[in-house]
Design a protein around this ligand. Structure first.
Ligand SMILES: [Zn+2]
Length: 296
């Protein structure tokens, strides 16, 4: 009996020190960054599945369960999740992870924002007022997010602040090496090959990182599906600029891109949805698949 009590006391005493920070990230790429920075000090889950459209995540009941138990919610921000996250967050009955709470982190606060509109006009499509939200396609932005995650985890688990900072430094240097190497590869391409068409305006940050030029998007406006008139103008742009490569995510329809690629003797590159390897290796693969297509 006495032994049992001592054992129970020891376990109870040990539990808080060993408790992991329970982190929920909206997107798989964010979850992968948190996992590398947090190591065995965190338990991480993503709300969106790999390959799911981050603008339109299905608000399944299990997302509410995940958020109910979370110590920390990491969001992309810049309204990317505005269409589905707020009701899920509100239903989670967890004060800490509400917007602005101590268990809430907005990754976009740590990156340089591009394409911030001077005027917000809903008629112009699915416009994000704070800027283009798709910064996670830039390895340099991912490095900034890794550092911000380390700072946030240090706030939540100060005893392991040094570990978080150390891991973030390793992640950051890996990403910086990948960023420089990919940019150098693009630099060796002839200038007239550094042109791309995108399905959605998802890759503005990717192109800024790599030094590529987007000549058109298959969507006439963000979130608006292509119509025949717009598609023929995209084909005209592709032919006029000798652009052959169309870049898109997995969850967008491929038919239009494939038709354009056939007519322009080019190809569609479907970018990898989320890391299944280290974060740095994922960014190397992401950039590599686009650069390989431009090199063919
Ligand atoms: Zn978007």
């Amino acid at each position: 009996m006495k032994t049992a009590l001592l054992l129970a006391a020891a376990l109870l005493g040990a539990a808080p020190a060993e408790a992991k920070v329970r982190v929920v990230a909206t997107l798989p790429t964010l979850a992968a960054i948190v996992s590398e920075v947090g190591g065995d000090r965190v338990d991480v889950e993503a709300l969106a599945s790999p390959g799911e459209d981050p603008h339109h995540v299905d608000p399944r009941p299990n997302l509410i369960v995940k958020l109910n138990r979370a110590d920390l919610l990491v969001v992309n921000g810049l309204d990317l999740e505005a269409g589905w996250l707020p009701p899920v967050q509100a239903s989670a009955r967890n004060g800490a992870i509400q917007t602005g709470g101590r268990g809430w982190m907005d990754a976009s606060a740590s990156v340089r924002r591009l394409e911030v509109p001077t005027r917000v006009d809903r008629a112009a499509g699915d416009i994000h007022a704070g800027g283009n939200p798709h910064f996670l396609f830039d390895a340099r932005a991912a490095a900034a997010v890794a550092n911000a995650v380390a700072a946030k985890l240090a706030e939540m688990d100060p005893a392991h602040a040094g570990e978080f900072a150390g891991r973030a430094a390793a992640v950051t240097s890996g990403l910086e090496a990948v960023a420089a190497e990919a940019r150098a590869r693009v630099g060796r391409l002839p200038a007239d090959r550094r042109k791309v068409v995108s399905y959605h305006r998802s890759f503005f940050y990717l192109y800024e990182w790599l030094g590529l030029e987007e000549v058109a998007t298959v969507e006439p406006r963000p979130g608006i599906p292509p119509d025949p008139g717009h598609v023929s103008s995209v084909l005209g742009r592709m032919k006029a600029t000798s652009t052959r490569v169309i870049v898109q995510e997995d969850f967008y329809p491929r038919k239009t891109g494939e038709t354009l690629a056939r007519l322009a003797s080019g190809e569609v590159v479907v970018v990898p949805a989320a890391p299944r390897e280290s974060v740095a290796a994922y960014y190397r693969r992401l950039a590599g698949e686009v650069i390989d297509a431009l090199s063919r």
